[in-house]
Design a protein around this ligand. Structure first.
Ligand SMILES: [Mg+2]
Length: 392
């Protein structure tokens, strides 16, 4: 066995919100618990206990459907403050073992540890169980990818170690969907050429895989073999997105709003493309004398639609930049990001799905007809038709 002095641990609390509810309300232990809100509402399941999962209930499923599958479940609202409090307790325990922690979400993190990784994992699981009262599954491996897969295989309440020399063999029989980041569309494309498992993907003709996935192909095959060089911590989740423009000459006040709208549209497009929503919007303005100000506002829920980004940025502009003031530079940034594919994370805020569907429709029009074809900047500029430039 090869000696390893550096291990990656993927730590994930099991059914986190539901587990906290069962911890705080012992009478709910052993019962199907669904956190997400009133089943009469149009909301979705944020987390459900393993007892509910036996009935087919899953995260992100509409609550009404969850109730049809499991009518006797206990439905509970999301208690954000409490989950954040418990999460902090758990992260404090993780921090005892290593300073290299990369949080993925409220209940999930990658750790890099020196020394005996499997022993550290066992200690952490015991400490979280004893001091917080929750089950935490840990995957242990030599890289992030394999640690994450080990964790998936070990759930719930498990610990799995995959050593470097066994990684390729352990991954080979798994369905391709087990590869983090490989979505249903990619899996369907692979199924059409007869590739169902990671072993088949790894062994497939590179030319074929490149035809299916373009430049992503070689990396995908490396990952199917369990290879992943991304270090923990340095691959930290994106913290902010920003768009700014320096003008060739000071932009007169009358043209600031259309410019701001365009920046917000670009920012919104990037957020949506990468699946993020923002809870803080920051405006940046540089005056002709080079004085620069940044002013931020936090929002009650995560947003990624152009209209809201613009409304907030505009308010900041009108509030903090004197009327009739020309500017050298204008910028807008989005931070406090939440990933849109994490139902647990999203449920911590209330979200307006309709707005986002609208924004997605606008993105599709822009992709076809160009960025000025539709939207806020187009309206403010008084344009109705595309400028002919197609944006990728
Ligand atoms: Mg979890």
């Amino acid at each position: 066995m090869k000696a390893l002095d550096r291990w990656v641990l993927h730590c994930d609390l099991d059914a986190f919100f539901a587990a906290v509810e069962q911890l705080d309300h012992p009478e709910l232990r052993g019962r199907p618990v669904i956190v997400g809100g009133d089943p009469e509402s149009r909301g979705v399941v944020a987390t459900c206990s393993y007892e509910a999962r036996r009935y087919g209930v899953r995260s992100a499923m509409p609550l009404a459907q969850a109730r049809r599958l499991c009518p006797h479940a206990v439905f509970l609202p999301v208690r954000r403050e409490r989950y954040v409090q418990v999460s902090r307790q758990v992260f404090a325990i993780l921090a005892r073992e290593t300073p290299v922690i990369e949080p993925v979400s409220i209940d999930e993190a990658y750790l890099e540890v020196a020394g005996d990784g499997p022993a550290v994992a066992a200690r952490l699981r015991a400490a979280v169980r004893r001091e917080v009262g929750l089950a935490m599954t840990v995957g242990v491996a030599h890289n992030r990818l394999v640690a994450k897969i080990a964790c998936e295989l070990a759930k719930p309440d498990g610990l799995k170690v995959i050593r470097p020399e066994e990684a390729e063999a352990v991954l080979a029989p798994l369905p391709v969907r087990m590869l983090p980041g490989l979505g249903p569309a990619a899996a369907a494309r692979l199924a059409r050429v007869g590739i169902e498992t990671l072993g088949q993907l790894a062994a497939a003709d590179p030319v074929l895989i490149r035809r299916l996935f373009k430049s992503r192909g070689p990396e995908l095959q490396e990952r199917a073999r369990g290879r992943d060089l991304r270090p923990v911590g340095l691959q930290a989740p994106v913290r902010s997105f920003s768009e700014e423009r320096t003008f060739p000459r000071d932009l007169p006040a009358a043209r600031l709003l259309p410019e701001l709208a365009r920046l917000c549209e670009e920012l919104g497009g990037r957020l949506r493309r990468d699946g993020y929503r923002a809870t803080t919007i920051t405006l940046k303005a540089r005056f002709p004398d080079f004085t620069t100000i940044t002013r931020s506002r936090s929002l009650p829920r995560p947003v990624a639609d152009d209209a809201t980004l613009f409304a907030v940025a505009r308010e900041l502009l009108e509030h903090h930049v004197p009327a009739r003031q020309p500017l050298r530079l204008l910028g807008v940034a989005a931070s406090g990001l939440v990933h849109a594919r994490d139902p647990q994370q999203l449920s911590l805020w209330r979200d307006d799905e309709r707005r986002l569907r609208l924004a997605a429709a606008v993105d599709r029009v822009r992709a076809r007809y160009g960025s000025d074809a539709i939207g806020l900047a187009a309206r403010l500029l008084g344009r109705r038709t595309a400028g002919g430039r197609a944006t990728p």
